[in-house]
Each structure stands twice: as structure tokens, then as C-alpha cells.
Design a protein around this ligand. Sequence first.
Ligand SMILES: NC(=O)c1ccc[n+]([C@@H]2O[C@H](COP(=O)([O-])OP(=O)(O)OC[C@H]3O[C@@H](n4cnc5c(N)ncnc54)[C@H](O)[C@@H]3O)[C@@H](O)[C@H]2O)c1
Length: 174
Amino acid sequence: MGFRRKKISVIGAGQVGATCALMLAQRGLGDVVLLDRAMGMSKGKALDILQTAAVELFDSQVHGAAGYDDTAGSDVVVLTAGSPRRPGLTRDDLLAINAGVVAECCREIARTSPSAVVIVVTNPLDAMAFVALRELGFPPRRVMGMAGVLDSARFRTFVAMELSSPTRWTPWPL
Ligand SMILES: NC(=O)c1ccc[n+]([C@@H]2O[C@H](COP(=O)([O-])OP(=O)(O)OC[C@H]3O[C@@H](n4cnc5c(N)ncnc54)[C@H](O)[C@@H]3O)[C@@H](O)[C@H]2O)c1
């Protein structure tokens, strides 16, 4: 049986999306496709990430998508597309804007990667995960939001700062 690397698409190539794509590639978790509505930027960032392979020595491919068809058949889709909160923008404004973005992206994801597991990162997270679940029409076990680990990581960091110890140390085996 042939070996097939996982295909992981990251939608939104901003701060979070580009960092996510870099970590996925450098950890060799799969071949990465990076898509943003600013297509030139996602292609440029994908190339920057791929070129780190010569130094970090990983085999993953990293590709800047020209459209959703390039993400077709993804095993995992990480959804980071959205607007950040800007001065003068209330949380309700942001919710309405990002709900539109998430719905639009999910319709394309459902069309091109109907078997994917979708990880929603866009804020406000719980609401956006719900919009994604509704628009995708996937079973709930294939749609999840990423946030809990961030809160735990922040908590551990602050505890470590108070104790002047490395964040990595834990009193229990992980
Ligand atoms: N869940 C978490 O723990 C967590 C942590 C950090 C950030 N976030 C959220 O993640 C999201 C992204 O944050 P960021 O700092 O990367 O923002 P960013 O502004 O740097 O990047 C967002 C990207 O999405 C793109 N985009 C917008 N609409 C799009 C569309 N319809 N299709 C494709 N791309 C589109 C933009 O062009 C931009 O490049 C925000 O909503 C932020 O609040 C969540």
C-alpha cells in the first residue's frame, strides 16, 4: 500500500494562518496548501515557508493556492480567515463580519473537501464554529473550534512567570 501524506489546507494567510502553515510544514504533519483572498500574499508566504525546508530539513510541500480547487480533497482544513478587531468595531460588528467570511469559506470547503476535518480558529470562536457546522453540513465530530489549548497555554505561562521557572516544566508527566 502506497504512503500518502495528509493534505492540510489553511484558509487565511494572516498572522495565525501563516504561523500555523509554518508549524505544520516544519513538523512534517502533511503537505500544506495556504489560501487567502489576497492571493499574491498567500503565494509569497507559502514560498517563504517552503524555502525554510533547506534549513529545517522537512519534506512537506507548501503551496500557495490560486483558489479553492487547489485545496480539493484536504484531510484537514484550518480556518483562520477573518477580520481582526479594529478601533471603533464592536464585538457584535466583528461577529457579523466574520460570520459572513466563515460562511463563505465553508461553502467552498464543503464543495471541495467534503471529507475533511475542519478546525475553526476565527473569532468569536464558539459562534464561528457554530456557523461553520451549519454551513458545512458535516457531522459534528468533523468540525471543531481551537481555543481551549490557548487558554491553558496562557495560564501555564503566567504561572511559570510568577514562579520564575521554564513554562515547559510541569509537576506531572504529560
Ligand atoms: N481561536 C484562537 O485561539 C485564536 C487565536 C488568535 C487569533 N484568532 C483569530 O483568528 C483570526 C485570524 O487572526 P490573524 O491575526 O491571523 O488575522 P489577520 O488579519 O492577520 O489574517 C486574517 C486573514 O484572513 C484573510 N481573509 C479575510 N477574509 C477572507 C476570505 N473571505 N477568504 C480568504 N481569506 C480571507 C485576510 O486577507 C487576512 O490575510 C481572527 O479572527 C483572530 O481573532 C483566534
